[in-house]
Every structure is written in structure tokens, then in C-alpha cells.
Design a protein. Sequence first.
Length: 393
Amino acid sequence: MTDKLAWIDEELKNLRETGFYNLIRTINSPQGPSLIVDGKKVLNFCSNNYLGLADHPRLVEAASDAMKKFGIGPGAVRSIAGTMSLHIELEKRMAAFKRVESAITFQSGFTANGAAIPALVTKEDAIFSDELNHASIIDGSRLSGAKIYRFAHADPADLERVVKEAEGTYRRGLMITDGVFSMDGDYAPLDKLVEVSERYGLMTMVDDAHGEGVMGEGGRGIVDHFKLHGKVDIEVGTFSKAFGVVGGVVAGNGKIVEWLRQRGRPFLFSSAATVPDVAACLAAVDLLEESTELVDRLWANARFFQQEIRALGFDTGLTQTPITPVMLGDVQLAREFSRQLFDEGIFAMALGFPTVPVGKARIRVMISAAHSQDDLEQALDAFDRVGRRLGVK
Ligand SMILES: *Cc1c(COP(=O)(O)O)cnc(C)c1O
């Protein structure tokens, strides 16, 4: 009898042969500036832990206190019996923090997109999407059944071109863009995209997963950065990056948020976030509202690292944020570079096709407020040594 799963062996073999098989490293330490990775202590330049909150004592304490009071599991989906006072408090605090009407939380940023997009548009409608938007936007868009039009990356004129092309063929239109793009570290020209969208009556949505806790005043995100409160209908965010926990949020227009409580499918059909997660998120909001110190340190670290790595002769591409691509071009070179950095005690990921275009392979260095000056200098020295050894500079 033939093995009905033999095709998986074939596919996996294919992945291994073409170099696309993901080798997953195991971390055996808290998510701090350094990590124990596969048993080796290395400085961590891979995480989205922008503010160092993932192991922050205030978050740990808040989670543990809340568990003593409320236990762990929510016991149900939000719309049945899973909405606890903690969830409501977090939603109120997020709306206030982001200076918008209302907010609703989800289990992750990924599910927030899966909830929001199909609730706003269906098969009679159109989505105008930046060509480099995140996978969760792409999946949420497909799930909606709306016709998807891609516009050239961060290009308001091209948005206008595709909107004109589609005019008259759809009922409702929705413009969606990432806030900060995680591969290059550049951000959307949101003011201009919103201007075009307003002209054509489009609903507007930005997924600010990498801008939350990073951009705007005290980390209030890209809408705050551009002072577009009330002009962007919804801002999707995540608690898994700068906030150091896990979870998703949609903040913005109150009517849309109310609609998502009725029609956001992961809100209705997937259990609520757990007590320790929500309590830790609340502690993260407290920290961000108390002081801009962590956000300021993140940017100071990023400015220092980017200035010094450029002075060493490396190209940091398009970045405008703490995400620092070190452009190498060839994917094999980038992988070897990352391997040698690891041997030198620096953990930084190589990215190649299909994650980034062919010939644009890079090492992506994720800077955090948790890095000390000494950590950054160690990384710069390692880049310098490996760069020389590999003849990159
Ligand atoms: C990371 C990311 C997500 C997913 O967020 P999770 O909370 O980890 O599910 C969604 N959108 C963008 C743009 C992201 O970068």
C-alpha cells in the first residue's frame, strides 16, 4: 500500500536540499539582553523585546499577583463568560494610552488581523494593501473574500493609481498598511496614505506591531507619531513585541470596536487571553505611561549602534527605526556571517529569499533598551572581525 503521507517526506527533503528548512533554536533562559541558546550564552540581537519588558520584574510581579487573585485560565471565549474585569481594564487603558476612542484585545496580533479585516470587508469589497504587508494581513485579507489590490511599497501615488483602477467595481474599500516594516525597518508614509484614502472614501487600517512601544510619544505608535488620531480608523497592535508579553489589540474608532465585539470571529470563537498575560500587559502600560525612559533608551541605543556600524563600512539599508538590517546581498554569505557571529557570542539572524528579495540578504540586528553600551560595543567588534574575515569590507 502506498504511504499517504509520503508527500511530506518529499516536501521536507526539498526544503532541506534548497536550504529553506527551518532549524529552530531552543532558548533556556529568560528573554533578556543575553540568552542561553542551544546551551551557549550569547548576546541577543534577535528578539522583538524592544524595551526589555519580557522579563521585567514589574510584569512578572503583576502576573503572579493576578494569578493569586484570579487564577490562570479565562474558562471561555470573551462573548460567553471569558471577559474578566482585567480584559476590560486593559482595553480602557489601551484606548487612553493611544489617545483614541476605544480598543478591543485579542489573543495575538495575528488573530487581531484575522478578526478585524473580515469584519470590515467581504466579497463585494476591495482591500488596498502595501505589497510588503505582514503575513497575518495577507491571511486576514484572503479570509475576508474581498478583492485584494496591492500597491507599491510605501507609495501613496501608486495607492491612488490602483484605487482609480478599481473605482466603481467594489462596495466598500479598505486601505491596509504595516506601520513599521520588519525586514527593512522603514515605516509607512501614513499621513500621505490616509490623505489618498480620505479622497476616495476608504476605511483605513495600520498594523503597528513593530511601532507599538517604539514610535510616537512614549511609544504610543505610528498614529501618534503622525498625529493622525481619529483619522486612521483602526490601528492593530501586538503585546508580543515591545510590550514583552503576548496578545493583540485593535484601537481606534469606537463604532468599529463595537462591531468587532459582535463580529470578530477570534473574539467569539477562541478563548480569551489568560489572566497572567493580561495583568502583565497592564503593568507594561503602567510603565510606558509613567516614563519615556525605556523608549528613549531604545532610540539612543539604536542611534549609537547604527552610526557606529555605518562607520565600520556596513550598509544599513532603509531603516528609520531600531530594526537594523546589515545588508550583505548574497544569502550564503549572510548565513555564514550569522554563523560566525554566533561563534563570537552574538546571536543575530540572517534573512534571505523568500523573506526578502533575491540578492538582498542581510543580517537583521534587533536593538533593545535592555542592551548595555558594552553589549552594543561587543556586537560592533564582532561585526568588524567577521566582516574582515569574510572580506565584506
Ligand atoms: C509580529 C507581527 C504580527 C503578529 O503579532 P503576534 O502578536 O506575534 O501574533 C502581526 N503583524 C505584524 C506587522 C507583525 O510584525
